[in-house]
Design a protein around this ligand. Structure first.
Ligand SMILES: NC(=O)c1ccc[n+]([C@@H]2O[C@H](COP(=O)([O-])OP(=O)(O)OC[C@H]3O[C@@H](n4cnc5c(N)ncnc54)[C@H](OP(=O)(O)O)[C@@H]3O)[C@@H](O)[C@H]2O)c1
Length: 337
């Protein structure tokens, strides 16, 4: 029996136990379902300190991003949080400063509006001459499609485009601060795919939550490989990771029935989000990953993403479309000359 999460991916649940046992009996688990086994594996840890490191984190007011921020602050990092809700980010700032004693700064931006993401990026560049770590964790899952003022579908906008734009904007500062690391919080949900580069905004197809989410996460993975190529030799690494199937607030924006199922069924199968924070800390600091770039991790374990996330043609198209949607057209022209 497999238990589906019904929100942003799937939980391993009973199926994970079954596969783990099969592996013990010597039957090889195929690459495409290794995620079930990896999710249950003993995870790696980093004990390296982060004293004085400047870490920019999105989505730190809740769940995965909050736990990553807590782990970094606990080990001495200075945090720069990018959030949409000032009251929530103020509370996180106060909590962490009191608990850990390091400065926590924040910049406001709603990621459904790419102009706000750009303004936040510009503000960070103005305030911070050095950036050591960028973690893009902000994300949403919606069962119904909706659009921003530019007509961009919101799951695609928040989960992929906002992270892409912020990474583009901070890239040169990270290079100037090298060694530096970028971590895109992706998902095993990319396996649901749904990406059609001719219909990024779902005008021609029926939208479902899983496919919309899978499309956004696939789009992000396709651009991670290209970022890694661009950053090669700069001392800046970029990797994507699945933060586990963890109990957070994702999906709380959906309808009553969905939320009932989330609270009464799905949550029972999910892990404490602290595992996500520890895994992200490992990816952000482990000395053995200093040169590792362009990879996908399930928590701390390197894993092969789904085949469609490697499609070379989609990789090129998605890179160019992301630049264009993000308003980086001049960069395309420069590249094409
Ligand atoms: N939970 C899981 O099992 C799981 C599994 C795989 C991948 N992920 C990924 O993990 C990441 C974090 O999700 P989570 O589970 O931690 O969910 P969460 O608890 O709902 O946290 C999401 C974060 O994103 C922020 N955010 C949402 N919409 C935003 C917007 N329009 N502008 C700016 N910030 C926005 C939220 O801010 P507010 O606090 O203001 O709402 C919050 O800080 C996502 O990328 C998600 O896809 C999660």
């Amino acid at each position: 029996m497999m238990v589906f999460r019904g929100l942003d991916g799937y939980t391993d649940g009973l199926c994970g136990n079954f596969l783990a046992k099969e592996n013990v009996m010597g039957i090889k688990v195929p690459d495409q379902v290794m995620f079930i086994k990896n999710n249950q594996a003993v995870q790696k840890q980093s004990t390296v300190l982060s004293t004085g490191k400047i870490c920019v984190i999105t989505g730190a007011t809740s769940g995965v991003g909050y736990q990553a921020a807590a782990a970094l602050a606990a080990k001495g990092a200075t945090l720069v949080l990018v959030a949409r809700n000032e009251a929530k980010v103020q509370a996180v700032k106060q909590e962490f400063e009191q608990l850990y004693g390091n400065p926590v700064d924040y910049v406001l931006a709603d990621f459904t509006d790419l102009d706000q993401v750009k303004a936040a990026g510009a503000e960070i560049l103005q305030r911070y001459p050095r950036i050591d770590v960028l973690i893009n964790s902000a994300g949403i899952y919606t069962t119904k499609k909706s659009y921003n003022h530019e007509g961009i579908e919101l799951v695609f906008c928040v989960n992929h485009m906002a992270a892409f734009v912020l990474t583009q904007l901070l890239k040169e500062r990270l290079i100037a601060s090298a060694p530096a690391r970028i971590i895109q919080i992706n998902s095993e949900g990319h396996r649901f795919n749904g990406l059609n580069t001719n219909d990024l905004n779902w005008h021609k197809r029926i939208y479902t939550g899983l496919r919309g989410y899978g499309a956004a996460k696939t789009a992000q993975l396709l651009t991670v490989w290209q970022f890694a190529t661009e950053l090669n030799g700069t001392g800046v690494t970029i990797n994507a990771m699945h933060p586990g199937a963890v109990k957070t607030n994702i999906g709380e924006n959906n309808g009553r029935l969905y939320r009932w199922f989330l609270h009464h069924v799905t949550w029972k199968f999910l892990q404490d989000p602290k595992v996500a924070g520890e895994a992200i800390y490992y990816l952000a600091t482990a000395p053995e990953l200093a040169e590792t770039t362009g990879k996908f991790f399930n928590l701390t374990i390197e894993e092969k993403p789904a085949k469609h996330a490697y499609n070379i043609n989609k990789q090129r198209i998605m890179w160019e479309k992301s630049l264009a949607i993000g308003g980086f057209q001049s960069e395309i022209k420069t590249q094409l000359k």
